[in-house]
Ligand binder design. Structure first.
Ligand SMILES: NC(=O)c1ccc[n+]([C@@H]2O[C@H](COP(=O)([O-])OP(=O)(O)OC[C@H]3O[C@@H](n4cnc5c(N)ncnc54)[C@H](OP(=O)(O)O)[C@@H]3O)[C@@H](O)[C@H]2O)c1
Length: 321
């Protein structure tokens, strides 16, 4: 992503989020994890709170986070609270932003949906994967900009995906209004948009003490796969002929899947690092995008011209709603 040397860490791809934060004290640091009530997000929340942070789980249904909140209700570690946020509904994003008081030290943009089978639109008329995975997070991070700045040193983390390798942002038709809708192209585009968001933040907010980095968590069994049919799950090697879930050796546990998120959100190893993309706890190589690469970050996902175009596009659609 940059001309500088790729950043490496001592952590392997199998490290857990708790191992990444071993010895790190986050007492007094206030953090938000979107989609923090399940899957990778819940393990991200647990690890940050165990290290002492005050974590807000941003979820469509705060009751879903009740168990997590209860886990940390006693003394001895950080704390967890839950707040309502629907990223596909800008009224909800605005209400969440209005309700956030005081500084914000880290925002983990983790919530996401994948491979929605048909072209569904939000109330604003936006394709729902782009709206949830990217536009809602753009509105959230922009709305919280002054709270991030108020922290003095703050981090934005975007949970992207290896899917960013497969499609750039279509400048002519990002909403699939004219081109045929494809569930995976829409997901890949939204995940590229997330990487371009951190490139855009790095280009704009460095002087505010705000850094931003993106990541791929790896493959993890979670609710994310709910739109996938059995044939697709078998093609991933994640289901047997009888329909039972299987876990291929390259899959990670949710606690391992959360490792790179907490590395970027809270590890001292990332101090001052911005505008980069990580996988398996290491900075990734920039590669040409397309159907073939199995790892790395696509050139189209780190292109500063594309990042600036997308930033302007997002501002324009948010103000014209
Ligand atoms: N699992 C994998 O193999 C994998 C691979 C690559 C990337 N990822 C990425 O990892 C992230 C976490 O996914 P996961 O695997 O942990 O799946 P998950 O358990 O389904 O978590 C996704 C979360 O997104 C939230 N969400 C969905 N729509 C939302 C909306 N409109 N507003 C607010 N929150 C919304 C859901 O929260 P509520 O329903 O509580 O609101 C849910 O907790 C996603 O961004 C995904 O793209 C996962």
């Amino acid at each position: 992503m940059t001309a500088t040397a790729r950043l490496t860490t001592p952590f392997t791809a199998r490290a857990t989020a708790a191992e990444i934060l071993d010895g790190v004290d986050l007492t007094g640091r206030r953090m938000i994890v979107t989609g923090g009530a399940s899957g990778i997000g819940a393990e991200t929340v647990r690890a940050l709170a165990r290290a002492g942070a005050e974590v807000t789980v941003a979820t469509r249904d705060p009751d879903r986070a009740a168990g997590l909140v209860e886990e940390f209700a006693g003394p001895g570690a950080g704390s967890i609270r839950a707040a309502a946020l629907d990223l596909a509904d800008l009224t909800s994003v605005d209400a969440f932003v209005a309700g956030w008081q005081g500084p914000l030290h880290a925002l983990v943009a983790n919530a996401g949906i994948m491979a929605v089978p048909d072209r569904r639109l939000t109330a604003e008329g936006w394709e729902i994967q782009l709206a949830t995975n990217y536009l809602g997070h753009f509105a959230l991070v922009r709305g919280l900009h002054d709270r991030l700045r108020a922290a003095g040193s703050a981090r934005v983390v975007v949970v992207s995906s290896g899917a960013q390798l497969r499609a750039g942002v279509d400048f002519d038709d990002p909403q699939f209004a004219r081109r045929p809708y494809d569930p995976w192209t829409a997901y890949s585009q939204s995940k590229t948009a997330g990487v371009l968001l951190v490139v855009g933040i790095a280009r704009r907010w460095a002087a505010d003490g705000i850094t931003a980095n993106a990541l791929a968590p790896g493959y993890i069994h979670t609710n994310l796969q709910r739109h996938l049919d059995d044939d697709t799950m078998r093609a991933f090697g994640a289901m047997d002929e009888a329909g039972n879930l299987i876990t291929p050796s390259y899959y990670k546990s949710p606690a391992q899947g959360a490792a790179t998120s907490v590395l970027l959100a809270a590890s001292p190893l990332l101090e001052g690092v911005t505008g980069r993309y990580f996988e398996d706890n290491q900075e990734a190589e920039v590669v040409p995008g397309g159907p073939d690469p199995a790892a790395g970050v696509a050139e189209h996902a780190v292109d500063p011209v594309a990042a600036d175009w997308l930033w302007a596009y997002a501002e324009q659609v948010l103000t014209s709603r």
